[in-house]
Design a protein around this ligand. Structure first.
Ligand code: BGC
Length: 773
């Protein structure tokens, strides 16, 4: 754990330069706008430890994977989000020596991520090997309004004697991915061009043929006076996939030199290839016309609008305040929901790990956040993404021997195809299908958009239910349906039988699909007929089998303990609890052999408790308590997705301290580099879990009978907290204080909400207060 970042409500601040932490900061201070993202690399050269990263959403490469023991059904490739053209680069030479912080004495250094207004700022004072002292202030952002644009303001002041400066803004597509096999490069140059203060580099990806045209344009000010670019002698430098325009200036001590670099990134995902350069030039023109100051103002406005419906404020605990805003900020930087072809990678745009691909994290964790903090279309597009991948999910299931339109969604995907090839995950971690089905229910329950079932949802549900019905078999011995050879969310168990969570999701899907069929049949008979035809659905035979399975599925249970068992024979394991582990051996995944992990009873992440969280309405508090008390002491939380579920259940059980402890484990995970891995990127998907821990955990927010319901408490460490919620056209501000809840309705229509089960009306543009005991 590292606590080197300063605490502030709206900013992440690093003061003083610690080169060993630079890669961590590069992740934490990343900027993004859902279309592209940029790690917090320096604009100028840096020869120290760094992971340079610029990522364009949806631009990937299918890299060959190497596995010793190939299994039928394995995918051919692992998709990688590609490190793309470096658009931020500005090389500086002072009297012919590179400004490179790794070679300087860094006298002052500050990096600030301004989360309120959406930009990154960096300033430093550095003494160079040639004795010059340079002061730099840089500001940059990727625009939320004009997604293809990134802007930089870079100001340099020399404090010692006069000197000759060389400034070289450049574009460089000659980049690698950190984990590419044999340092392979994935970009091929298509064309480049340069003229008066503008440069363009177009490169395309190998195999996938994505074209990316990056353009730059700049303005220079000397002591706040603009220099006409035409009067500068621009030196163009061309290399393969690289274009730079350099100029020299002689400056006096204390002169300021400001370079505004405007960059545009346009891709063939959105435009015709032969139009790319033209569109890129137009985008640059927009940036140039508006100028940096206007565009940063617009950026602040765009972020103000986002915060207006997604902020959480916490009074009395600046650590927690900073952390939750950081989580919300990163989620909004990662996914903005305009493009149904995009989804949320576990590291977002902050690193390359997990390949930028989609996991079950989206449905099980992220969906709740986007549902409550953005317009319904944003969450809907996450679901439509899966709908569009249904044919591939059917193909994927076919490869594994399933038939008749059974769909198995991939565990890891970028375009609908499975990318993961560890058999215990690829073939066995099938619970992801359950999360995808449940997301349809969650989306409809939250938004009331029943039409979704008709237009998209039902087809997906049929495919998934067909899969479950073929994945189980009837056990003569038990006289029950069973599901063998699975891996539950707890990846520290493989190839187990009857994972309680997976069976629960399967049973629920089979029943919900049947209900959905009846609903669509009644409400949209015409569309239902089309779906029947398209899916070759044999309604009575198939639904009868689903009901038969759902009613006779085996669920492991211990009568003696009164708990659901994570899987058959879980109790045969040596029963230990985490407090009996030697702290030096934790995390066990870094200290134990894999077989030892698998044989142990230790649980990586919420598994049975994940199911209890999803279906909490089915269980009385006593049942939840027994299961919580059994599983929580056995859980090592070695997935960042785990603590939030425990926080929510602890909150439900009235265990405030436990809930708070669990919440803290994820909220500052990246800021304090809790797991020693932030340098690879931030844990974006678990950030949604942090939000869930506050809103669903402490706030106790649920949807009940079509109404928003709250059963809140306030952690003793806080004076008050408030969160914004969008619900069916209403914008609500929920404030929870020590003794009351205040619900502000910021929309014109009245809304009815439940508070501890009691109905309360909140008229439009007004608020109510309800005392909390
Ligand atoms: C977790 C999975 C998760 C993946 C990506 C793994 O460590 O066990 O549940 O989907 O990380 O976040």
């Amino acid at each position: 754990m590292k606590e080197y970042l300063l605490k502030d409500e709206w900013n992440i601040i690093e003061e003083g330069f610690i080169p060993e932490y630079n890669r961590i900061s590069e992740s934490v201070f990343s900027i993004g706008n859902g279309y592209m993202g940029q790690r917090a690399n320096f604009e100028e050269k840096y020869s120290g430890e760094s992971l340079r990263g610029t990522y364009m959403a949806g631009v990937y490469y299918p890299d060959k994977t190497r596995v010793g023991w190939w299994k039928n059904g394995y995918p051919e490739y692992f998709a990688k989000v590609l490190n793309a053209t470096n658009w931020i680069g500005i090389d500086i030479k002072i009297n012919n020596i590179d400004l490179d912080l790794a070679q300087c004495e860094v006298l002052e250094f500050k990096r600030v991520l301004n989360m309120k207004e959406g930009y990154l700022q960096r300033s430093f004072l550095a003494k160079m090997p040639n004795g010059h002292t340079a002061k730099v202030d840089s500001q940059r952002f990727v625009s939320m309004r004009h997604k293809e644009l990134g802007l930089i303001k870079y100001t340099l002041t020399l404090l010692t004697t006069d000197a000759s400066l060389q400034i070289k803004p450049y574009l460089d597509a000659d980049v690698v991915n950190q984990d590419s096999n044999y340092e392979e490069k994935f970009w091929i140059e298509v064309e480049k061009s340069m003229h008066e203060g503008e440069a363009f580099v177009t490169a395309k990806t190998k195999k996938t043929d994505f074209h990316l045209c990056t353009g730059m344009k700049f303005q220079v000010f000397h002591n706040n006076k603009e220099i006409d670019i035409r009067t500068l002698e621009l030196d163009s430098e061309e290399k393969e996939k690289y274009a730079a325009l350099a100029f020299n200036l002689h400056v006096q001590p204390n002169d300021t030199l400001t370079l505004y670099k405007y960059a545009a990134n346009v891709t063939s995902r959105d435009h015709e290839i032969d139009q790319l350069k033209k569109i890129c030039a137009e985008a640059l023109h927009t940036a140039y016309q508006k100028g940096f100051e206007q565009m940063i103002q617009e950026q602040a406005e765009a972020w103000a609008a986002i915060w207006e419906h997604s902020d959480i404020s916490i009074q009395g605990d600046v650590d927690a305040q900073q952390a939750i805003r950081f989580n919300i900020f990163q989620l909004n930087q990662t996914y903005t929901g305009e493009d149904e072809r995009l989804n949320i990678g576990p590291k977002g745009f902050t690193g390359e790990k997990y390949g930028g691909s989609t996991y079950w994290d989206t449905e099980a964790y992220c969906l709740a956040f986007y549902l409550a903090t953005a317009e319904p279309q944003v969450a809907k597009n996450l679901l439509v993404y899966r709908y569009k991948h249904l044919p591939k999910a059917i193909e994927n299931a076919q490869k594994l021997g399933f038939k008749n339109g059974a769909a198995l969604y991939p565990m890891v995907t970028i375009n609908g195809e499975e990318c993961h090839n560890e058999w215990e995950i690829t073939f066995e971690e099938i619970h992801r299908n359950g999360a995808i089905a449940r997301a349809i229910f969650d989306y409809i329950r939250y938004t009331g958009d029943q039409e979704y079932l008709v237009d998209y949802g039902l087809e997906v549900l049929i495919g998934i239910s067909r899969f479950w019905s073929q994945r189980v078999h009837f056990s003569q011995a038990r006289q029950k349906y069973v599901m063998h050879g699975v891996t539950g969310p707890n990846e520290y168990e493989n190839n187990i039988n009857n994972n309680w969570y997976t069976n629960t999701m399967a049973q629920w899907t089979l029943r919900y699909t049947t209900e959905a069929i009846n609903w669509v049949k009644n409400q949209a008979p015409q569309k239902y007929a089309e779906i029947l035809e398209k899916t070759h659905f044999k309604e009575s035979a198939e639904t009868a089998r689903w009901q038969e399975i759902a009613n006779n599925l085996h669920f492991p249970y211990s009568e003696e303990l009164g708990v659901f068992l994570q899987q058959d024979d879980y109790l045969d394991k040596e029963q230990l609890t985490v407090d009996q582990l030697d702290p030096k051996e934790r995390p066990i995944n870094q200290n134990w052999s894999w077989d030892r992990i698998l044989r142990s009873c230790f649980i990586k992440q919420a598994d049975t408790l994940q199911g209890i969280y999803v279906f909490e309405d089915r269980f009385d508090l006593e049942t939840i308590r027994r299961n919580f008390d059994f599983y929580e002491p056995r859980t090592v939380h070695e997935s960042s997705l785990s603590p939030c579920v425990h926080a929510i259940l602890a909150a439900k059980l009235g265990r405030k301290e436990k809930a708070y402890e669990m919440y803290l484990r994820t909220s500052r995970l990246d800021l304090d580099d809790y797991n020693n891995d932030t340098e690879d990127g931030c844990h974006i998907t678990s950030m949604a879990g942090t939000w869930m821990a506050i809103v669903q955990g402490f706030g106790g927010m649920r949807i009940k009978n079509d109404l928003l319901s709250f059963e809140p408490f306030i952690p003793t460490q806080w004076d008050a907290y408030a969160f914004k919620i969008l619900f069916r056209g209403h914008l609500l501000n929920i404030q929870i204080l020590k003794d009351k809840i205040v619900i502000g309705n910021q929309s014109p229509k009245t809304i009815t909400v439940l508070i501890h089960g009691e109905e309360n009306q909140v008229e439009g543009n007004s608020q109510i207060e309800v005392a909390l005991s």
